[in-house]
Design a protein around this ligand. Structure first.
Ligand code: TRP
Ligand code: SF4
Length: 328
């Protein structure tokens, strides 16, 4: 029994790290409850990466393969690339006519991101970047999605999407668009290996596609309690990044690890080994699936071609309704 239609997406800006796995787990579950559309947001990636697009196609493929390796199933969900479905662009353009500039300027992520990415040398004072939330509104509304699984950081964009839907319906006296609701899943907040926020710019991430050797090296480099020099020094797990990971991946052993760490009965090397083994076990099936998909580019192309076709068939019907009420 379908509870309705879902649209969600991720920007194609590089390989997924393990922090994304909990997001994907939520998506995987939703596949059985809703009619799902999962979109690789390559136009959204372009808003901040327009100056260097050499890895655009590779990033798109990597993301799709990461998704399927983690359990997104093209026999259940529609998986597609945003730029393959031009209807998103048309609806974005039509929406741009009715959207007050002030609405876009006051979206909280707008000035934030300009400052944040500005520090990385990216100039986001562009027309395209200002329109980011409106493109996202078009992504969602072009399928008349009722629900959108997103992280908390995306809530302002969803609120904005509802405002656009209301304004359109009101202005053209048509009940075309539903007001989509967020689905906020449980997400594990994983720090990077240096204890800071996991981020590409800090180079402190663990990719879900990382090989065993690379994974072990990353776990080894994790910051532990600096007060521990010898194994017998009493430790403080609450300030240790390895411990934070254990809270998520080693639930059964957690109490034991804490007690032994505090008592100086387990060394950090052994503790890291345990975590490394857990993560390896977690990533192994994903790696295997990934490798199989990498070997079969025709299959991946077929998934994306069928996904785009399915997405287009829905989006083009919605566009017909939109053009009709706007006399276009
Ligand atoms: N802005 C989202 C993010 O950064 C990606 C995205 C683009 C999206 N379009 C969307 C998410 C539509 C949900 C629905 O994560
Ligand atoms: Fe961290 Fe484990 Fe070392 Fe304790 S024993 S400080 S939890 S790595």
């Amino acid at each position: 029994m379908s509870k309705g239609r879902i649209l969600s997406g991720m920007r194609s800006t590089g390989r997924l790290h393990i922090g994304h796995l909990s997001v994907l787990e939520n998506w995987v579950k939703l596949q059985d409850e809703y009619e799902c559309f999962f979109m690789v947001a390559d136009w959204h990636a372009l808003t901040s990466n327009y100056a260097d697009t050499h890895d655009m196609q590779q990033n798109i493929r990597d993301l799709v393969i990461d998704w399927m390796a983690a359990g997104l199933d093209p026999s259940k969900s529609t998986i597609f690339v945003q730029s393959h479905v031009k209807e998103h662009a048309e609806l974005h353009l039509l929406f741009s006519m009715i959207t007050p500039l002030s609405w876009l300027e006051r979206v909280p992520t707008y000035k934030d991101q300009i400052a944040q990415l500005g520090k990385q040398g990216k100039d986001l004072n562009t027309y395209g970047f200002l329109g980011y939330p409106l493109l996202q509104a078009a992504d969602i509304l072009v399928y008349k999605a009722n629900a959108v699984p997103v992280g908390e950081d995306q809530l302002p964009h969803l609120e904005f999407t509802r405002e656009v839907a209301r304004r359109f319906n009101f202005m053209y006296k048509a009940e075309i668009f539903p007001e989509p609701q967020p689905i906020i899943g449980q997400v594990a907040l994983l720090p990077g290996i240096d204890g800071r926020k996991m981020s590409k710019s800090y180079n402190n991430f663990i990719n879900i596609s990382s090989e065993s050797k690379d994974l072990a090296a990353k776990v080894n480099a994790m910051i532990t309690d600096p007060a521990r020099i010898k194994k017998t020094d009493p430790g403080h797990p609450e300030i240790c990044t390895v411990h934070t990971y254990h809270t998520i991946y080693s639930a059964a052993e957690l109490e034991d690890i804490r007690t032994k760490c505090r008592a100086g009965e387990i060394g950090c090397v052994a503790c890291k080994k345990m975590l490394g083994a857990k993560l390896d076990e977690l990533l192994n099936p994903i790696r295997e699936k990934r490798a199989a998909l990498e070997k079969n580019p025709d299959y991946v192309n077929k998934v994306l071609a069928e996904g785009a076709e399915k997405a287009r068939s829905v989006a083009s019907e919605v566009l017909k309704e939109v053009r009709k009420v706007m006399n276009m």
